[in-house]
Design a protein around this ligand. Structure first.
Ligand SMILES: Nc1nc2c(c(=O)[nH]1)N[C@H]1C(S)=C(S)[C@@H](COP(=O)(O)O)O[C@H]1N2
Ligand SMILES: [Mo]
Length: 423
């Protein structure tokens, strides 16, 4: 096993601090009486001596002020301008599987646009029997479905190819979100227009200046794509494509066109910018892979992690994270605390669902020594998430997109964690 540290190697001092940290059972649960009376219990508190806020104080609620760091964050040096940029979901601080829209990462090529429902038009043209234009009100009259899917940008974890870079699961793995979408299947709309026998591909395009045009094979378009107008029960937020976005389950986020305006049926792919000069992977021999649509199985420990140090010393520790696969359902997640030498099966919060995030937990009795914490996802096709070395053997070092390798956090005896590479 080779371990490469990001920054400085472990200091002896950090190790000693950790060794001295006290531990045992869950401290608060046993030490309450020993510590003497707790004023939070024995004394009447300020909040019990007056009334609180009435209803209607916040007609649309926001998180309480104490949670104000659970927000999207960007990495300024990554892009020249926020107009064509990306930020990251605070996955380290969330639990469960649904991502609230308000902190779900954003990726725009020409900024988020404000488009009224009244101004929304969706055209289907090309190799169809009837070229059609739908208004928003038209879409609301087609049979509706509700499904939960993850969206992962193909560039997620892209900065980690050459070595450990960014310190936090938010930054290494936060180009992902998972929402419950409501809308109409793309199949319903394509059948309404009637696809001609020569029609083999669709081109999907947004109303923003970038248009973000992508080609999708007809089989996928007819299979499970969704023209969505609600997310997590409410209207899509502007930054996620209000009033209507496309969902392309399991496939790279770039194909999930926001502010959807046109679907053209054709007999060949369009070879747009987003599927040629971008979102292709340069291999070791200088050639590039294209049509790498599916997001392979992947997982990450979200806590403990660099932004979520262990602050309670040794003893019971909840290790948790997320796993997902664009090819089907997560069937299991293994967790290692020794950099992949030994593995333990984690507990899934709920059975894996196709192309949606799965939460895992490992209830661990931490002895206070350093850990090289990893997680490894397995999906319903039998695929196992690769190590960084295995991925590099196939893909070389020139890639950015589709990095689904196993992540390592070096958790020090003092509970702090750092992004390191174990290969
Ligand atoms: N119209 C349009 N659709 C778009 C984009 C865009 O810039 N314009 N960005 C794409 C990319 S690269 C990704 S990863 C996802 C991000 O969706 P989100 O902003 O809701 O997270 O939207 C995709 N759809
Ligand atoms: Mo993306």
């Amino acid at each position: 096993m080779t371990v490469r540290f990001k920054g400085k190697p472990p200091s002896r001092r950090a190790f000693l601090q950790g060794a001295l940290a006290s531990g045992g059972a869950i401290a608060g649960a046993t030490a309450a009486s020993a510590a003497g009376p707790d004023p939070l219990i024995t004394e009447k508190q300020e909040w019990a001596q007056a009334t609180g806020e009435g209803v209607d104080a916040t007609p649309y609620g926001l998180p309480i002020q104490f949670e104000s760091d659970v927000v999207r964050r960007n990495v300024e040096w990554l892009t020249a301008d926020t107009i064509s940029s990306i930020n990251f979901t605070p996955i380290h601080a969330l639990d469960g599987t649904i991502t609230p829209q308000g902190c779900a990462f954003e990726r725009h090529h020409s900024g988020a646009i404000e488009l009224r429902k009244e101004d929304f038009r969706l055209m289907i043209n090309g190799l169809v029997d009837r070229e059609l234009v739908f208004t928003y009100a038209d879409l609301e009259r087609f049979p509706r479905v509700t499904r939960t899917y993850f969206l992962e940008c193909a560039a997620n974890t892209g900065m980690e190819w050459a070595g450990a870079q960014l310190n936090g699961s938010q930054f290494t793995h936060g180009m992902i979100h998972n929402m419950e979408y409501t809308g109409v299947t793309l199949r319903t709309l394509l059948e309404e227009a009637g696809v001609k026998p020569e029609g083999k591909w669709v081109m999907v395009e947004g109303a923003d200046a970038s248009s973000n045009a992508r080609s999708i094979p007809l089989e996928k378009a007819m299979d499970d794509c969704l023209v969505a107008f609600k997310a997590n029960g409410e209207a899509l937020r502007m930054e996620h494509g209000y009033p209507v976005r496309l969902c392309v389950p399991g496939w790279e986020g770039n194909m999930w066109v926001k502010w959807l305006r046109r679907i053209e049926v054709g007999d060949a792919p369009w070879e747009s910018r987003e599927e040629t000069s971008k979102y292709t992977d340069t291999l070791e021999d200088g050639t590039s892979r294209k049509w790498t649509w599916v997001m392979d199985a992947k997982s990450v420990v979200t806590s403990p992690s660099p932004q979520m140090p262990i602050t309670h010393g040794k003893g019971p520790l909840v290790i948790t994270g997320l796993a997902w696969s664009g090819r089907g359902a997560i069937t299991g997640v293994d967790v290692s605390i020794d950099g992949g030498k030994n593995w333990k099966e984690a507990r899934l919060a709920a059975p894996g669902q196709d192309m949606a995030l799965t939460r895992f937990y490992l209830d661990h009795d931490w002895d206070g020594s350093e850990m090289f914490l990893q997680s490894r996802a397995k999906d319903s096709t039998g695929y196992v998430q690769p190590t960084k070395t295995q991925l590099r053997e196939v893909r070389g070092l020139n890639s950015i997109y589709h990095n689904n390798c196993i992540q390592t956090w070096w958790v020090k005896p003092n509970g702090e964690a750092e992004n390191v590479e174990v290969s």
